[in-house]
Design a protein around this ligand. Sequence first.
Ligand SMILES: Cc1cc2nc3c(=O)[nH]c(=O)nc-3n(C[C@H](O)[C@H](O)[C@H](O)COP(=O)(O)OP(=O)(O)OC[C@H]3O[C@@H](n4cnc5c(N)ncnc54)[C@H](O)[C@@H]3O)c2cc1C
Length: 283
Amino acid sequence: MKNHTSFKIGGPADIMVFPQDLQDLENLLHVADEEKVSLFILGKGTNILVKDGGIRGIVVNLQRFDKIMIESEDENGETIVFAEAGVNLSRFLNFAVSHGLAGLEFAAGIPGSVGGAIVMNAGSFDGEIKDAIKQIRMMDLSGNVIEIDREDIRFGYRTARLPKGIILGGSFVLHKDSNKKIKDKMIALIGRRKEKQPIGVPSAGSVFKNPATGFAGALIESVGLKGYRIGDAELSKKHANFIVNKGRAVAKDVISLIEIIKEKVKKEKGVALKLEIKIVGKD
Ligand SMILES: Cc1cc2nc3c(=O)[nH]c(=O)nc-3n(C[C@H](O)[C@H](O)[C@H](O)COP(=O)(O)OP(=O)(O)OC[C@H]3O[C@@H](n4cnc5c(N)ncnc54)[C@H](O)[C@@H]3O)c2cc1C
């Protein structure tokens, strides 16, 4: 799995499948049910830490669900665009810029897929998926395709409460604006990110959610852990809420580092940090 995660960490999966249409997915769900094999749905692997023992069962890689379609456009410039789950978020943003469609700028610089972004309600200080989504299309565990309106989904801070199943894609409400204005906003957001975050180094983004009282990074820095390292897992010197893989880090190192951070921040600051990344797989 280290070849399928932005952390470049993770043991092997038993099986990885690359379904190409709804029939493939439906068959897969039936086989998994009959054979009692578990499924793990993978986006682009930018928010997960896969343990060193890897993932038992089947990893479902949705990279072939990669279409973007304009569904409707009204006289006021409101445009509904459907993006399949495996679409790279950055490709979706490029599509929006080239069609002069505003509404996704907040996501500039967030890696991952459309499906992963929906599950995580991905966002920045400037907005979240919940602000742009209109409807989600899913396949439930029986193989039925269902559509869920935004109003019926409870979004939270990096969470979306959804039925069990596979997200197939989402319809987004965008609106016509000048390409230049949209692009300039995205460039500014990416620039801001580059200044503050270790971009281009293997990581899974922010490890912890920001607590109600402030920033997780500032808390971690205040207990003196910025730059702390176990093996090749290091608390970034640039941003204390990022753990970076300096080369050959393994999940065990990252998990030990996470435990130390949680313990020290709790003891010295009285704050119980909660994980934003998802730890999956077996030791
Ligand atoms: C450098 C860096 C910066 C980042 N900055 C941000 C940021 O500013 N804001 C932010 O919100 N996040 C940020 N992240 C985290 C990450 O990019 C987002 O959470 C992203 O939306 C995850 O998408 P993914 O496709 O990689 O999901 P994955 O990591 O592959 O999966 C995440 C979860 O979603 C589930 N999942 C994925 N696709 C589907 C699907 N189709 N159906 C059902 N379940 C699915 C997976 O099973 C898993 O539980 C950053 C990460 C990095 C590496």
